[in-house]
Design a protein around this ligand. Structure first.
Ligand code: DOR
Length: 436
Protein backbone atom coordinates (compact mmCIF):
# COMPACT_ATOMS: atom_id res chain seq x y z
CA UNK A 1 0.00 0.00 0.00
CA UNK A 2 1.48 3.30 -1.09
CA UNK A 3 0.67 6.71 0.41
CA UNK A 4 0.09 8.29 -2.98
CA UNK A 5 -0.28 7.11 -6.54
CA UNK A 6 -0.16 9.47 -9.50
CA UNK A 7 -1.65 7.77 -12.55
CA UNK A 8 -1.43 8.68 -16.24
CA UNK A 9 1.25 11.33 -15.91
CA UNK A 10 3.78 12.57 -18.38
CA UNK A 11 6.75 12.21 -16.04
CA UNK A 12 9.68 14.54 -16.69
CA UNK A 13 13.01 12.72 -16.78
CA UNK A 14 16.19 14.56 -15.81
CA UNK A 15 17.42 14.48 -19.43
CA UNK A 16 14.23 16.21 -20.61
CA UNK A 17 12.57 13.15 -22.08
CA UNK A 18 9.06 12.17 -20.97
CA UNK A 19 8.00 8.86 -19.47
CA UNK A 20 4.28 8.18 -19.73
CA UNK A 21 2.99 6.22 -16.75
CA UNK A 22 2.31 6.07 -13.04
CA UNK A 23 4.35 7.05 -10.01
CA UNK A 24 3.94 5.68 -6.49
CA UNK A 25 5.15 7.32 -3.26
CA UNK A 26 5.94 5.63 0.00
CA UNK A 27 7.51 6.97 3.20
CA UNK A 28 8.32 10.25 1.58
CA UNK A 29 10.14 8.73 -1.39
CA UNK A 30 9.43 8.02 -5.03
CA UNK A 31 9.00 4.27 -4.58
CA UNK A 32 8.22 3.16 -8.11
CA UNK A 33 7.42 4.32 -11.60
CA UNK A 34 5.92 2.12 -14.27
CA UNK A 35 3.73 2.14 -17.36
CA UNK A 36 0.66 1.01 -15.41
CA UNK A 37 1.36 0.12 -11.81
CA UNK A 38 -0.65 -2.66 -10.25
CA UNK A 39 -0.86 -0.93 -6.87
CA UNK A 40 -3.13 0.52 -4.22
CA UNK A 41 -2.61 3.76 -2.36
CA UNK A 42 -4.22 5.89 0.34
CA UNK A 43 -4.78 8.53 -2.30
CA UNK A 44 -4.77 8.31 -6.07
CA UNK A 45 -4.56 11.25 -8.45
CA UNK A 46 -5.47 10.89 -12.08
CA UNK A 47 -2.99 13.19 -13.80
CA UNK A 48 -4.91 12.98 -17.08
CA UNK A 49 -1.71 13.14 -19.11
CA UNK A 50 -0.42 16.28 -17.43
CA UNK A 51 3.27 16.97 -16.87
CA UNK A 52 4.80 15.82 -13.59
CA UNK A 53 7.92 17.76 -12.62
CA UNK A 54 10.31 17.52 -9.71
CA UNK A 55 9.31 20.07 -7.07
CA UNK A 56 10.96 23.42 -7.60
CA UNK A 57 13.68 24.48 -5.16
CA UNK A 58 13.65 28.23 -4.59
CA UNK A 59 17.06 29.03 -3.15
CA UNK A 60 16.41 32.64 -2.18
CA UNK A 61 13.31 33.89 -0.38
CA UNK A 62 12.59 36.41 2.39
CA UNK A 63 9.68 35.24 4.55
CA UNK A 64 9.95 38.09 7.11
CA UNK A 65 9.70 36.02 10.28
CA UNK A 66 10.51 37.27 12.82
CA UNK A 67 9.97 41.00 12.69
CA UNK A 68 7.69 41.81 9.79
CA UNK A 69 5.12 39.04 9.81
CA UNK A 70 2.40 41.39 8.57
CA UNK A 71 4.16 41.10 5.17
CA UNK A 72 4.81 37.33 5.28
CA UNK A 73 5.64 34.56 7.71
CA UNK A 74 6.85 31.01 7.40
CA UNK A 75 3.26 29.74 7.21
CA UNK A 76 2.08 32.10 4.47
CA UNK A 77 5.38 32.05 2.58
CA UNK A 78 5.46 28.26 2.44
CA UNK A 79 1.83 28.19 1.28
CA UNK A 80 2.60 30.66 -1.50
CA UNK A 81 5.58 28.45 -2.36
CA UNK A 82 3.61 25.23 -2.85
CA UNK A 83 1.01 27.13 -4.84
CA UNK A 84 3.87 28.01 -7.19
CA UNK A 85 5.13 24.42 -7.42
CA UNK A 86 7.97 25.13 -4.98
CA UNK A 87 8.55 22.26 -2.55
CA UNK A 88 11.74 23.48 -0.85
CA UNK A 89 13.01 26.97 -0.09
CA UNK A 90 16.13 28.59 1.36
CA UNK A 91 15.32 31.62 3.45
CA UNK A 92 17.42 34.72 4.05
CA UNK A 93 18.68 36.05 7.40
CA UNK A 94 17.69 39.74 7.10
CA UNK A 95 14.80 39.36 9.52
CA UNK A 96 14.35 41.39 12.69
CA UNK A 97 16.21 40.30 14.74
CA UNK A 98 18.50 38.94 12.04
CA UNK A 99 19.52 35.27 11.86
CA UNK A 100 23.13 35.61 12.95
CA UNK A 101 23.67 32.92 15.57
CA UNK A 102 22.47 29.52 16.73
CA UNK A 103 19.64 30.80 18.90
CA UNK A 104 18.06 32.97 16.17
CA UNK A 105 18.45 30.06 13.75
CA UNK A 106 16.89 27.64 16.25
CA UNK A 107 13.82 29.81 16.69
CA UNK A 108 13.28 29.93 12.92
CA UNK A 109 13.69 26.17 12.69
CA UNK A 110 11.21 25.62 15.52
CA UNK A 111 8.65 27.91 13.92
CA UNK A 112 9.17 26.33 10.48
CA UNK A 113 8.64 22.88 11.94
CA UNK A 114 5.25 23.97 13.27
CA UNK A 115 4.07 25.96 10.27
CA UNK A 116 5.71 25.08 6.95
CA UNK A 117 4.00 23.05 4.26
CA UNK A 118 7.21 23.08 2.18
CA UNK A 119 10.72 21.92 3.07
CA UNK A 120 12.90 24.64 4.53
CA UNK A 121 16.51 25.66 4.99
CA UNK A 122 18.05 28.86 6.32
CA UNK A 123 21.07 31.03 5.69
CA UNK A 124 23.13 32.43 8.54
CA UNK A 125 23.88 36.14 8.14
CA UNK A 126 27.39 37.55 8.38
CA UNK A 127 28.23 40.66 10.38
CA UNK A 128 31.71 42.15 10.80
CA UNK A 129 32.11 40.24 14.07
CA UNK A 130 30.26 36.90 14.12
CA UNK A 131 32.85 34.67 12.46
CA UNK A 132 32.48 31.91 15.03
CA UNK A 133 28.69 31.85 14.69
CA UNK A 134 28.62 31.75 10.89
CA UNK A 135 31.03 28.83 10.90
CA UNK A 136 29.31 26.79 13.59
CA UNK A 137 25.54 27.48 13.58
CA UNK A 138 23.79 24.44 12.13
CA UNK A 139 22.03 23.39 9.99
CA UNK A 140 22.54 26.16 7.45
CA UNK A 141 22.66 26.14 3.67
CA UNK A 142 25.34 28.81 3.66
CA UNK A 143 26.56 32.17 4.90
CA UNK A 144 24.82 35.24 3.49
CA UNK A 145 26.82 38.41 3.08
CA UNK A 146 25.16 41.68 2.15
CA UNK A 147 28.12 43.52 0.58
CA UNK A 148 25.72 46.40 -0.08
CA UNK A 149 22.91 47.38 2.28
CA UNK A 150 19.37 46.37 1.42
CA UNK A 151 16.31 45.62 3.58
CA UNK A 152 17.40 45.21 7.22
CA UNK A 153 20.69 45.95 8.99
CA UNK A 154 22.98 43.22 7.73
CA UNK A 155 26.05 44.60 6.01
CA UNK A 156 29.71 43.64 5.61
CA UNK A 157 31.38 46.00 3.19
CA UNK A 158 34.88 46.66 4.50
CA UNK A 159 37.23 44.63 2.24
CA UNK A 160 39.28 43.52 5.28
CA UNK A 161 36.20 42.19 7.05
CA UNK A 162 35.18 40.40 3.88
CA UNK A 163 38.62 38.88 3.46
CA UNK A 164 38.54 37.66 7.07
CA UNK A 165 35.30 35.77 6.37
CA UNK A 166 36.51 34.28 3.07
CA UNK A 167 39.82 33.22 4.62
CA UNK A 168 38.33 31.42 7.60
CA UNK A 169 36.00 28.49 7.10
CA UNK A 170 34.80 26.37 4.23
CA UNK A 171 31.03 26.83 4.07
CA UNK A 172 29.40 28.22 0.99
CA UNK A 173 29.27 32.03 0.98
CA UNK A 174 26.35 33.60 -0.88
CA UNK A 175 26.83 37.28 -1.68
CA UNK A 176 24.46 40.13 -2.37
CA UNK A 177 27.05 41.79 -4.56
CA UNK A 178 26.62 45.56 -4.69
CA UNK A 179 29.40 47.96 -3.69
CA UNK A 180 28.31 49.93 -0.63
CA UNK A 181 30.85 52.73 -1.05
CA UNK A 182 29.71 53.48 -4.57
CA UNK A 183 26.02 53.23 -3.60
CA UNK A 184 26.56 55.85 -0.89
CA UNK A 185 28.46 58.18 -3.20
CA UNK A 186 25.83 57.95 -5.89
CA UNK A 187 22.91 58.27 -3.48
CA UNK A 188 24.32 61.66 -2.48
CA UNK A 189 24.41 62.70 -6.15
CA UNK A 190 20.69 61.96 -6.59
CA UNK A 191 19.60 62.98 -3.09
CA UNK A 192 16.66 65.20 -4.02
CA UNK A 193 15.39 63.07 -6.89
CA UNK A 194 12.13 61.17 -6.21
CA UNK A 195 11.79 59.57 -9.65
CA UNK A 196 11.96 55.77 -9.05
CA UNK A 197 14.11 55.47 -12.17
CA UNK A 198 17.07 56.91 -10.30
CA UNK A 199 17.17 53.73 -8.25
CA UNK A 200 18.82 52.05 -11.24
CA UNK A 201 21.16 55.04 -11.63
CA UNK A 202 22.24 55.07 -8.00
CA UNK A 203 22.82 51.33 -7.76
CA UNK A 204 24.21 51.16 -11.29
CA UNK A 205 25.85 48.28 -13.15
CA UNK A 206 29.23 49.34 -11.83
CA UNK A 207 28.04 48.86 -8.22
CA UNK A 208 27.24 45.24 -9.01
CA UNK A 209 30.37 44.64 -11.08
CA UNK A 210 32.73 46.02 -8.40
CA UNK A 211 31.30 43.81 -5.67
CA UNK A 212 31.14 40.71 -7.85
CA UNK A 213 34.77 41.28 -8.83
CA UNK A 214 35.84 41.52 -5.19
CA UNK A 215 33.88 38.40 -4.21
CA UNK A 216 35.41 36.49 -7.12
CA UNK A 217 38.91 37.63 -6.18
CA UNK A 218 38.50 36.54 -2.56
CA UNK A 219 36.89 33.25 -3.52
CA UNK A 220 39.75 32.54 -5.93
CA UNK A 221 42.40 33.50 -3.38
CA UNK A 222 41.03 31.14 -0.73
CA UNK A 223 39.38 28.57 -3.01
CA UNK A 224 36.24 29.33 -1.06
CA UNK A 225 32.82 28.13 -2.25
CA UNK A 226 31.00 31.19 -3.53
CA UNK A 227 27.49 31.71 -4.81
CA UNK A 228 26.63 35.02 -6.46
CA UNK A 229 23.00 35.84 -5.76
CA UNK A 230 20.74 37.57 -8.28
CA UNK A 231 23.21 38.41 -11.03
CA UNK A 232 21.73 41.41 -12.82
CA UNK A 233 24.16 42.90 -15.34
CA UNK A 234 25.89 42.02 -18.59
CA UNK A 235 29.09 43.26 -16.93
CA UNK A 236 28.97 40.50 -14.32
CA UNK A 237 28.14 37.94 -17.01
CA UNK A 238 31.34 38.98 -18.82
CA UNK A 239 33.35 38.70 -15.60
CA UNK A 240 32.12 35.16 -15.09
CA UNK A 241 32.68 34.26 -18.73
CA UNK A 242 36.30 35.23 -18.22
CA UNK A 243 36.79 33.66 -14.83
CA UNK A 244 34.52 31.23 -13.06
CA UNK A 245 36.33 28.71 -10.86
CA UNK A 246 34.62 25.33 -10.51
CA UNK A 247 33.57 26.15 -6.92
CA UNK A 248 31.63 29.27 -7.97
CA UNK A 249 27.94 29.33 -8.90
CA UNK A 250 25.60 32.15 -9.88
CA UNK A 251 21.85 32.65 -10.05
CA UNK A 252 19.42 34.98 -11.75
CA UNK A 253 15.91 35.94 -10.68
CA UNK A 254 12.95 36.15 -13.09
CA UNK A 255 12.65 39.90 -12.42
CA UNK A 256 16.06 40.52 -13.98
CA UNK A 257 15.15 38.33 -16.95
CA UNK A 258 11.69 39.78 -17.61
CA UNK A 259 11.72 43.35 -16.27
CA UNK A 260 13.91 46.32 -17.16
CA UNK A 261 13.99 50.11 -16.69
CA UNK A 262 11.12 50.50 -19.15
CA UNK A 263 8.84 49.01 -16.47
CA UNK A 264 9.31 52.01 -14.17
CA UNK A 265 6.98 54.00 -16.43
CA UNK A 266 3.89 51.96 -15.48
CA UNK A 267 4.88 50.36 -12.21
CA UNK A 268 7.18 52.91 -10.56
CA UNK A 269 8.33 51.89 -7.10
CA UNK A 270 6.50 48.55 -7.39
CA UNK A 271 9.47 47.33 -9.45
CA UNK A 272 12.06 48.87 -7.15
CA UNK A 273 14.41 46.14 -5.96
CA UNK A 274 18.05 45.45 -5.10
CA UNK A 275 19.92 44.91 -7.32
CA UNK A 276 17.72 47.13 -9.50
CA UNK A 277 16.15 46.32 -12.82
CA UNK A 278 18.52 47.12 -15.70
CA UNK A 279 18.52 47.69 -19.46
CA UNK A 280 17.06 45.33 -22.11
CA UNK A 281 20.67 44.57 -23.05
CA UNK A 282 21.18 43.13 -19.56
CA UNK A 283 18.03 40.97 -19.86
CA UNK A 284 19.41 39.49 -23.08
CA UNK A 285 22.86 38.81 -21.61
CA UNK A 286 21.34 37.09 -18.56
CA UNK A 287 19.14 34.83 -20.70
CA UNK A 288 22.13 33.90 -22.82
CA UNK A 289 24.28 33.24 -19.74
CA UNK A 290 21.59 30.97 -18.33
CA UNK A 291 21.51 28.96 -21.55
CA UNK A 292 25.32 28.85 -21.68
CA UNK A 293 25.62 27.60 -18.09
CA UNK A 294 27.49 30.74 -16.93
CA UNK A 295 24.48 31.24 -14.68
CA UNK A 296 23.64 27.99 -12.94
CA UNK A 297 20.08 28.37 -11.71
CA UNK A 298 17.08 30.52 -10.86
CA UNK A 299 15.93 31.90 -7.51
CA UNK A 300 13.12 34.36 -6.91
CA UNK A 301 14.40 36.64 -4.12
CA UNK A 302 10.75 36.69 -3.03
CA UNK A 303 10.82 39.93 -1.01
CA UNK A 304 7.30 40.96 -0.05
CA UNK A 305 6.44 44.50 1.05
CA UNK A 306 2.88 45.73 1.41
CA UNK A 307 1.31 47.70 -1.41
CA UNK A 308 1.00 50.72 0.92
CA UNK A 309 4.71 50.61 1.67
CA UNK A 310 5.62 50.19 -1.98
CA UNK A 311 3.39 53.07 -3.06
CA UNK A 312 5.27 55.60 -0.92
CA UNK A 313 7.34 58.08 -2.89
CA UNK A 314 10.88 57.10 -3.80
CA UNK A 315 13.04 56.74 -1.68
CA UNK A 316 10.81 56.07 1.28
CA UNK A 317 9.54 53.04 -0.67
CA UNK A 318 11.23 49.75 0.30
CA UNK A 319 13.11 47.60 -2.24
CA UNK A 320 11.86 44.13 -3.09
CA UNK A 321 8.98 42.34 -4.80
CA UNK A 322 7.18 39.03 -4.23
CA UNK A 323 7.90 36.16 -6.64
CA UNK A 324 7.81 32.67 -5.13
CA UNK A 325 4.46 31.75 -6.70
CA UNK A 326 5.08 33.13 -10.18
CA UNK A 327 8.54 31.83 -11.07
CA UNK A 328 7.46 28.42 -12.34
CA UNK A 329 4.52 29.76 -14.42
CA UNK A 330 6.88 32.37 -15.92
CA UNK A 331 9.43 29.72 -16.85
CA UNK A 332 6.80 27.28 -18.13
CA UNK A 333 5.56 30.10 -20.34
CA UNK A 334 9.10 30.46 -21.65
CA UNK A 335 9.34 26.72 -22.26
CA UNK A 336 5.94 26.57 -23.93
CA UNK A 337 7.10 29.29 -26.32
CA UNK A 338 9.96 27.00 -27.32
CA UNK A 339 12.62 29.21 -25.75
CA UNK A 340 14.04 26.62 -23.34
CA UNK A 341 13.90 22.88 -22.97
CA UNK A 342 12.40 20.70 -20.26
CA UNK A 343 15.92 19.59 -19.36
CA UNK A 344 17.02 23.22 -18.90
CA UNK A 345 13.97 24.07 -16.83
CA UNK A 346 14.71 21.18 -14.45
CA UNK A 347 18.37 22.14 -14.19
CA UNK A 348 17.57 25.79 -13.50
CA UNK A 349 14.76 25.23 -11.01
CA UNK A 350 15.13 21.75 -9.52
CA UNK A 351 18.41 19.85 -9.48
CA UNK A 352 20.72 22.84 -10.12
CA UNK A 353 20.02 24.51 -6.77
CA UNK A 354 20.03 21.09 -5.03
CA UNK A 355 23.50 20.36 -6.37
CA UNK A 356 24.96 23.76 -5.49
CA UNK A 357 23.63 23.68 -1.93
CA UNK A 358 24.37 19.96 -1.59
CA UNK A 359 20.82 18.90 -0.86
CA UNK A 360 20.79 15.16 -1.47
CA UNK A 361 18.01 13.26 -3.27
CA UNK A 362 16.05 16.25 -4.53
CA UNK A 363 15.41 17.83 -7.91
CA UNK A 364 15.03 14.76 -10.10
CA UNK A 365 12.24 12.25 -10.55
CA UNK A 366 14.16 9.08 -9.81
CA UNK A 367 13.14 6.00 -7.85
CA UNK A 368 14.44 6.28 -4.30
CA UNK A 369 14.61 10.09 -4.39
CA UNK A 370 12.39 12.35 -2.33
CA UNK A 371 8.76 12.53 -3.44
CA UNK A 372 8.67 16.31 -3.92
CA UNK A 373 6.73 16.89 -7.11
CA UNK A 374 4.50 19.29 -8.93
CA UNK A 375 1.90 18.39 -11.51
CA UNK A 376 1.48 21.25 -13.98
CA UNK A 377 -1.00 22.06 -16.69
CA UNK A 378 1.24 23.40 -19.44
CA UNK A 379 -1.74 24.32 -21.60
CA UNK A 380 -3.55 26.46 -19.03
CA UNK A 381 -3.34 30.10 -20.10
CA UNK A 382 -4.28 32.45 -17.29
CA UNK A 383 -3.21 35.91 -16.27
CA UNK A 384 -1.26 36.27 -13.06
CA UNK A 385 -3.50 38.37 -10.84
CA UNK A 386 -2.95 40.18 -7.55
CA UNK A 387 -6.16 38.80 -6.10
CA UNK A 388 -5.05 35.19 -6.71
CA UNK A 389 -1.75 35.48 -4.87
CA UNK A 390 -1.27 33.54 -1.63
CA UNK A 391 1.50 35.83 -0.37
CA UNK A 392 0.23 38.02 2.48
CA UNK A 393 1.00 41.17 0.52
CA UNK A 394 -1.42 40.13 -2.23
CA UNK A 395 0.29 41.52 -5.30
CA UNK A 396 2.67 40.53 -8.07
CA UNK A 397 4.66 42.66 -10.51
CA UNK A 398 3.28 40.33 -13.21
CA UNK A 399 -0.36 41.26 -12.60
CA UNK A 400 -2.19 40.92 -15.91
CA UNK A 401 0.57 38.95 -17.67
CA UNK A 402 -0.99 35.96 -19.44
CA UNK A 403 1.07 32.96 -18.34
CA UNK A 404 0.95 29.51 -19.88
CA UNK A 405 1.46 26.67 -17.44
CA UNK A 406 0.28 26.52 -13.83
CA UNK A 407 0.77 24.01 -11.02
CA UNK A 408 -2.38 22.06 -10.17
CA UNK A 409 -1.01 19.69 -7.52
CA UNK A 410 2.11 20.10 -5.42
CA UNK A 411 3.38 17.10 -3.49
CA UNK A 412 5.75 17.44 -0.52
CA UNK A 413 7.31 14.30 0.93
CA UNK A 414 4.76 12.08 -0.81
CA UNK A 415 1.69 14.01 0.38
CA UNK A 416 -0.45 16.52 -1.49
CA UNK A 417 0.21 20.00 -0.09
CA UNK A 418 -1.51 22.01 -2.82
CA UNK A 419 -4.57 20.70 -4.55
CA UNK A 420 -6.16 22.74 -7.36
CA UNK A 421 -5.98 26.05 -5.55
CA UNK A 422 -6.37 24.73 -2.03
CA UNK A 423 -3.78 24.13 0.67
CA UNK A 424 -4.02 20.82 2.51
CA UNK A 425 -3.20 21.90 6.02
CA UNK A 426 -2.06 18.49 7.28
CA UNK A 427 1.23 18.44 5.34
CA UNK A 428 4.50 19.19 7.14
CA UNK A 429 7.63 20.31 5.38
CA UNK A 430 10.93 18.95 6.62
CA UNK A 431 14.17 20.68 7.57
CA UNK A 432 16.60 20.30 4.67
CA UNK A 433 20.00 18.72 5.22
CA UNK A 434 23.11 20.07 3.58
CA UNK A 435 26.01 17.71 3.12
CA UNK A 436 29.44 19.23 3.60
O1 DOR B 1 15.14 44.18 -3.20
C1 DOR B 1 15.51 43.48 -2.29
N1 DOR B 1 14.73 43.24 -1.22
N2 DOR B 1 16.73 42.93 -2.33
C2 DOR B 1 17.27 42.29 -1.27
O2 DOR B 1 18.37 41.83 -1.34
C3 DOR B 1 16.52 42.21 0.00
C4 DOR B 1 15.09 42.25 -0.27
C5 DOR B 1 14.22 42.39 0.97
O3 DOR B 1 14.48 41.65 1.91
O4 DOR B 1 13.31 43.19 0.97
Amino acid sequence: MYSLLVRNARIAQPDGSIYEGDLACERGLIAKTGPSLDAQADETIDAGGKLLLPGVIDPQVHFREPGATYKEDLASGSRAAVKGGVTSFLEMPNTNPPTIDQSSLDSKLASAKRKCVANYGFFIGATPNNLHEINTASPVCGIKIFMGASTGDLLVHDPQDLEHIFANGDRLIAVHAEDEKRIRERRALFAENTDPRVHSEIRDNRCAALATELALTLSTRYERRLHILHLSTHDEVEQLQNHKPSWVTAEVIPNHLYLNVEHYARQGTLVQMNPPIRQPKDNAALWQALHDGVIDFIATDHAPHSMEEKKQPYSQSPSGVPGVETSLPLMLTHMKAGKCTLAELQKWMCWGPAEAYRIANKGKITEGWDADLTLVDIDAVRPARNQDMFTKVGWTPYHGWPLTGWPIYTIVGGYVAFDQNRIRENVCGQALNFTT
